[in-house]
Design a protein around this ligand. Sequence first.
Ligand code: BGN
Length: 279
Amino acid sequence: NIYGEMERSYPPRDNSCVISVSGRRSSQLFYPEEYPREDPVVMARRLGILPGGQWKPLNCHPLFNVAIILPYRHRQSQLAIFMNYIHPFLQSQNLDYRIFVIEQSPMREFNRAKLFNVGYAEATKINDFHCFIFQDIDLIPQNPNNIYACTKMPRHMSSSVNTFRYNLPYTGLFGGAIALTRKQFERVNGFSNVFYGWGGEDDDFYSRLQSRGFQITRFGPDVAQYYMLTHKKEPPSTTRFANLESGARRYDTDGLSNLEYRVLNHQLRPLYSWILADV
Ligand code: BGN
């Protein structure tokens, strides 16, 4: 039972929300292409989403308080599909949540890991979030039982992706979509900041977790199913091997502890908080 592994954000009380995805069976999958599209402003109004992409259930006390951090650049149509899909998905899980899109300014190569650190830092200024989901916007969770909240141990959420034929390519894969409590994230000093370009930053993060003695959790492959939106593949970075190799020497000095960036712009958009950062 996956629910026994969940780490609640709030103590139990009268009228706590139940973890249930009402009326939907776990075998029922959702394909983004089949999902009706709606104008963001209309959707926000219809679903009661507050400016900046914030929502919580009003008829029960939520169990989980979650910040969803999405690094972003140049993927406008994917962003629209993701937002259109994810809000009803998250609402069906009765979460208290807010979505952050952290866009990297054009100056340098994409740094997914550092954008996660920036998202954590900016989210923490707004609210005392208990749980963080760090994920790519091209990944669409297909099973509503894949709860967007934290577990007792750091969780790899996207272990079953269509582009890998719903198989886990290697045991140490910790990319795609992950869930960590604030405490777990802070314990490993967040992500490394040095991984510019594609690849390796998630492997480094997995090593960080291992070095601190964390076991990681995964839900079953049926629950952890994701559909990846198609896009052109990034060429892998040439520095990723060297950065990985020297990673262990930097766990304490490279991460949240030395995070430096500039916020160039920020807006409360109807379906998410948008932050443009120079990293
Ligand atoms: C790995 C990448 C990960 C990526 C997965 C899945 C590296 C480091 C050198 C071995 N790791 O190969 O970052 O998430 O593939 O695409 O490139």
